[in-house]
Ligand binder design. Sequence first.
Ligand code: DX5
Ligand code: ZN
Length: 221
Amino acid sequence: MDSLYIAPSLLASDFANLAGEAKKMSEGGADLLHLDVMDGHFVPNLTFGPCVVQAIKKNTQVPLDVHLMISQPEKYIDAFIEAGSDWLSFHIEATKDARTLIKRIKAAKVKAAIAIKPKTPIEEIKDILGELDMVLIMSVEPGFGGQKFMPEVLDKVRELRKMPDCPKWIEIDGGINMDTVGPAVEAGVNILVAGSAIFAADDPVGRVQELRERGRSCSKG
Ligand code: DX5
Ligand code: ZN
């Protein structure tokens, strides 16, 4: 495997000090910063919108990986692009026109991804796989950090990796920690989102490195 990215999720960080948390992760070698946008409708929780993404963008050099857990993503895609998203994911369950959304994201030179919930089959995105930069496989029900990893979603990762149109990047999100990182990488994941495993650690920066080392030791390539 040529690359393995660690994407700390700021959802588990100190929201009163987002700039400081982003800086700490940047200095700690994070490859992406994962930002969870929740609307209280697609998921039963609320977080933040494009203004906060823009504020974080101004305070870090690390590329922003924005995960939209919102209904009608087509209404807000442009605002999140403008705010400085470098990678942008929306949920296949939230839209009827994924293809148009992907085109809009890619036209803005932003990396385009589709996220799928644990119970959504790969079948749902099969026809547009070739147009994606990344697939985000949720390994918990979206909405909250700190939930337990669902190992059964790794079957979808393996299935995806076998498909001819599989994009280079497969991200996993939810319940990633020192125990689950290995199986995820072995299945074919190369972007690991981790919230509580990093920010609840005594040494969050050290944990970024530990996750990377554990992941690398389990990668085949
Ligand atoms: C959950 C979010 C995740 C969350 C992961 O809906 O999409 O990104 O921050 O948190 P942990 O790593 O604590 O499961
Ligand atoms: Zn997320």
